[in-house]
Design a protein around this ligand. Sequence first.
Ligand SMILES: Nc1nc2c(c(=O)[nH]1)N[C@@H](CN(C=O)c1ccc(C(=O)N[C@@H](CCC(=O)O)C(=O)O)cc1)CN2
Ligand SMILES: NCC(=O)N[C@@H]1O[C@H](COP(=O)([O-])[O-])[C@@H](O)[C@H]1O
Length: 247
Amino acid sequence: MTRRGVSAASQAAGSTAQGLRERRGAHGANSAHGASSAEEAGDAVPAGPWDEEPEGAEPAALVVLVSGTGSNLAALIEACEDPAYGAEVVGVVADKECAGLERARAAGIPTEVVALADYPDRAAWDEALARSVGGYVPDLVVCAGFMRLLGGAFLARFGGRVLNTHPSLLPDFPGAHAVRDALAAGATRAGATLFWVDAGVDTGKIIAQVEVPVLADDDEAALTERIKAAETPQLIEQIRLLVGPGR
Ligand SMILES: Nc1nc2c(c(=O)[nH]1)N[C@@H](CN(C=O)c1ccc(C(=O)N[C@@H](CCC(=O)O)C(=O)O)cc1)CN2
Ligand SMILES: NCC(=O)N[C@@H]1O[C@H](COP(=O)([O-])[O-])[C@@H](O)[C@H]1O
């Protein structure tokens, strides 16, 4: 069977769409991490025409990066239960123990923690994160509440196929505290942005945005929940468009 890739839209956005060229290696879904994989060996499957969906294509492999609650991850796992969705969460990687990992384990999805504190410096952590994610041979990497900046080694390996969902209408309020910053600035509108991750902080090419109002009595928790209520369907739908038939 052939793996699905990412859409023509993603290529227009700068994605390399290398994922489909990779054969699932030693770290496929529900397998333990092994030492080698086709990707690590550079053993690539020849590229196919991205705009033709071969019959019986396997779902696109998603690795999701999380740091917190994992509500977007949970929605993605649920969406992937429908074979027509076209994707499978093959691994969930976090920078610390968190509820998102519990959600993944409950769904039988392999998980891993790659904690910054376990490495001598940021570069070593970034390389370890890339190795961990690479073990699952993802077509797409999805940051869903992942609160660490991805560095050069990670982006050299996965750049062009890393998505992030961010709780603001970028370019407004980039960074780790977007909702708090929007309230502090007196913003009257808020929202969520899905974009391709690049080396900057929330500067990557925007795929989609959804707007919600800021209400007079909003606190950070209330606005965060209103944003999530719009953000999650956007994330699910945009990934469906990226991986699904007719892309
Ligand atoms: N290279 C990139 N990596 C990531 C991006 C990105 O656009 N480029 N987006 C993020 C997530 N993100 C917001 O969307 C984000 C997360 C965290 C930070 C940040 O400053 N983190 C600090 C720690 C902050 C803290 O703990 O208070 C850190 O990494 O040390 C900025 C933006 C996914 N990664
Ligand atoms: N800068 C990144 C950032 O703030 N991401 C935000 O964290 C939340 C994660 O929620 P979840 O863990 O329940 O999916 C989401 O709202 C996401 O946009």
